[in-house]
Design a protein around this ligand. Structure first.
Ligand code: ATR
Length: 292
């Protein structure tokens, strides 16, 4: 893990690009790890206008950055700018983590593996039996999640999106890479149907976020051992998670995904494996509370 040619060296700098960038949490997370591990490195933030991503990435290389993260709204543009991407980034059509290797710009999408890492840490037995999964939404976040979930012990994934067409495109795109992927589509009005056999339900939409309407879904028929997960983390307990908790279902909040998605990038740029601890979670949570 400490190969300096691949993972960086003292004085390594990484950066997050997005717009707006002031509320990005990644500097808080990476800054915490740099300090905790006593590393000589820096993690900066840079606001980038749409259309300028490829040019800015070239500048960052010239400035000596090892790599960085990409946040809203640039994940697709960064994907297009990369010379090489991982298979999961290709399926997602989006890049949230990049690094420079020789003359090439490499991109990965760690959102989905961050989600699965948090899920497996919190509920280690979740896929001991082949799991049936319901994904709510078919946007960028759903794209990021599906490939890493398909790498696990999964029996079926049903996708329900307000715009059915978008769910169809998503499933077609995944099947183009993984032809045997066990994907089905449900109409939006059926998003809460057949929950009695669903082991994991994930909201990948922005519904339930502060200022947005909650995701309306009837959990009364959900399998008692089922897990309800949200990728929204402001608030930490979304109305969906509150309803699941009220029913005694197992839940998974969105903050863990945010923390875990940062691990592979840090490891690559700074050459040390960082840990997602309760102390880090508290640190980021305190910041969320202060800002909202
Ligand atoms: P992200 O990259 O965060 O996933 P996105 O690509 O814009 O963002 O996708 C947003 C997702 O939330 C989509 O699944 C969207 O549904 P549509 O494809 O039908 O637009 C869903 N979404 C957002 N607001 C919604 C709402 N009020 N009701 C239902 N779905 C909503």
């Amino acid at each position: 893990m400490n190969d300096p040619a691949r993972t960086g060296h003292p004085g390594t700098r990484a950066v997050i690009i997005g717009r707006p960038i002031t509320h990005a949490r990644s500097p808080l997370i990476h800054g915490y790890w740099l300090k905790q591990l006593g590393l000589d490195g820096a993690y900066d933030r840079r606001e980038v206008m749409p259309g300028a991503v490829a040019a800015v990435l070239r500048e960052l290389r010239a400035e000596g950055y090892a790599g960085g993260n990409v946040t809203v709204p640039h994940k697709e543009e960064a994907f297009m700018a990369c010379d090489r991407v991982t298979e999961r980034a290709r399926i997602a059509g989006a890049v949230n983590t990049f690094w420079f290797e020789g003359p090439e710009l490499h991109g990965d999408n760690t959102d989905g593996i961050g989600f699965v890492a948090h899920l497996s840490e919190t509920w280690p037995e979740w896929d001991r039996e082949p799991a049936e999964i319901r994904i709510i939404g078919a946007g960028g976040a759903a794209r990021g999640l599906i490939a890493p979930l398909l790498d696990r012990n999964v029996k079926a994934i049903s996708v329900s999106n307000r715009s059915r067409e978008r769910a169809e495109t998503l499933c077609d795109d995944i099947r183009a890479v993984l032809p045997a992927a066990p994907l089905t589509i449900l109409d939006w009005s059926d998003r809460g149907a057949h929950l009695g056999t669903v082991d994991l339900l994930v909201n990948t939409t922005s519904m339930g976020m502060n200022g947005q309407s909650p995701l309306e879904i009837d959990l009364s028929a959900m399998k008692p051992s089922g897990i309800v997960a949200d990728i929204v983390y402001v608030p930490l307990e979304t109305p969906l998670l509150a309803a699941a908790n009220h029913r005694g279902l197992r839940t998974l909040d969105g903050l863990g995904m945010l923390l875990h998605q940062a691990v592979p990038g840090f490891e690559r740029w700074f050459g040390q494996h960082p840990s997602v601890t309760q102390a880090l979670r508290q640190h980021v949570f305190a910041d969320l509370l202060a800002q909202h």
